[in-house]
Design a protein around this ligand. Structure first.
Ligand code: SF4
Length: 454
């Protein structure tokens, strides 16, 4: 594996001096400044609704949220995704000769610190050059002096985001959230609000996300306080988060009246954000959507009428960890669900107007269950009558720390799938919808848990 750390300027692959991405040519940027960096060439600094980007002449791009927190550093083939949890995932595009795809690695806290420190040094160089040689902006909207002032403010915050700032920010994050171990891939940019903590079941053999935390449900008042703290923590970035995700594993587990109140509070918070400023108003009005995980044991007590009521409170999509349609495998995985209960939940939600995201475990049950997993899952997906607006995520089997799956599989003599067999199972599961017209198919995508950061 390549070193996850070629970010040190001296170690960076130096490329042509005009390698800076042309931010001024992209409509998303409201203000763009060119900043000469001496012999290195020029950097471009771009301000957009969702934050600030710096494109350096050696091909490195730095991305920050509206509060100046580093979210991503990227070269053409390698990127470092940093979450609010100060976790950083390193991703490298494999060449065709290596089989394509992405190589992924979660970095140690020390490396996360180094990334924050070294990107801060690069951003400080740009800030110093911008402040010394004031040049006209390449692109701006409205009054140029005001645009330059805003750019200066955001660039200063980005440059100050070193390891110490990142750690302080993480302490604030942890005080509000503890940890967010997983979200569906289309929800990584959501505003997470925790109605519950942990998982009410916590015994699936492959899952270790909540092993160390006891399940807890917040009262409506506690949830309201938490939601205010979460919005305060996100600061200016709250308004550009994409919808609300109610956490954690089974956020709808509770009495019907409680579920309704939780959604009401979530809507209140969102509407407050929308009233703050014009940008927030534009984005919030467009995206008042609430999502959550659901389990068959939670869904069992909910009928189409209730889902309809929750839909009217902006519940848009529910994500169900189906894993497999093979009942024997489901039982062996110790999943607290039956095939019938999952179908019932999906039908009720869809009748109530709520879309569904299904998560399947590719490779579950290894070679021993290869055929039954594919066959029964295909049958289950058809029985669920998924269509446009629904999602199917194919998640490669990865056992989390603290889970028992591998030990149980070894005991039962279950061989894991090779990379080639994983690919085969993936394409056979994807093929389930090939006979459905494109405009009526659910959206099907990979779900790489290892690439998650919030
Ligand atoms: S897979 Fe879902 S239900 Fe099972 S332990 Fe993990 S969070 Fe709980």
């Amino acid at each position: 594996m390549q070193s996850p750390w070629p970010l040190t300027p001296g170690a960076m692959p130096r490329v042509a001096s005009d390698a800076a991405e042309r931010l001024d040519e992209k409509p998303a940027y409201l203000t763009v400044a060119g900043v000469p960096l001496g012999r290195q060439g020029s950097a471009l600094v771009g301000l957009k609704d969702t934050g600030l980007d710096i494109s350096l002449p050696d091909g490195l791009a730095l991305h920050y949220d509206r509060e100046g927190r580093l979210t991503r550093a990227a070269t053409p083939n390698i990127q470092w995704r940093r979450g609010l949890s100060h976790r950083t995932v390193w991703l490298r595009k494999r060449s065709g000769l290596e089989g394509g795809g992405l190589e992924t690695r979660l970095l140690t806290p020390d490396l996360s610190d180094r990334i924050a420190d070294e990107t801060s040094v690069r951003a400080q160089e740009v800030l110093a050059a911008w402040q010394v040689r004031s040049r006209p902006l390449i692109k701006y909207e409205g009054e140029p002096a005001r645009a330059a002032e805003l750019l200066d403010r955001r660039l200063s915050r980005a440059a100050a985001f070193d390891a110490q700032a990142a750690r302080i920010d993480h302490e604030r994050f942890a005080a509000v959230y503890g940890d967010i171990p997983i979200l569906p891939p289309d929800q990584y940019r959501a505003l997470v609000l925790l109605a519950t903590g942990g998982c009410a079941y916590n015994r699936c053999t492959f899952c270790g996300f909540y092993r160390d935390s006891a399940f807890r449900r917040r009262t409506v008042d506690e949830f309201r306080t938490h939601a205010s703290e979460a919005v305060a923590y996100h600061g200016q970035d709250a308004a550009v988060r994409r919808g609300i995700f109610l956490g954690q594993a089974n956020a709808l587990t509770g009495p019907r009246s409680w579920r309704k109140e939780i959604l009401r509070v979530a809507n209140e918070k969102w509407n407050l954000l929308a009233s703050r400023d014009d940008l927030a108003k534009r984005r919030c009005v467009r995206e008042t959507e609430i999502s959550s995980f659901i389990d068959a044991f939670t869904g069992r007590g909910m009928d189409a009428d209730e889902f309809r009521e929750l839909r009217s409170l902006n519940l848009r999509r529910l994500y169900l960890g189906v894993e497999t349609g093979d009942p024997q495998l489901l039982e062996w995985l110790r999943k607290p669900a039956t095939i019938a209960a999952m179908i019932e939940t999906v039908h009720a939600a869809k009748q109530g107007g709520v879309s569904i995201g299904i998560i399947l475990l590719v490779g579950a049950g290894g070679e021993a269950h290869f055929e039954s997993h594919v066959r029964e899952t295909a049958g289950l997906l058809r029985a669920m009558r998924l269509g446009k607006g629904d999602y199917v995520y194919l998640s490669p089997m990865t056992e989390a720390a603290g889970a028992e799956y591998s030990a149980l599989a070894a005991e039962a003599g279950i061989e894991p799938l090779s990379a080639a067999r994983m690919a085969e199972q993936t394409s056979r599961l994807k093929a389930v919808f090939l006979d459905v017209p494109r405009n009526r198919r659910p959206y099907i995508a990979h779900y790489e848990v290892a690439q998650f950061v919030y």
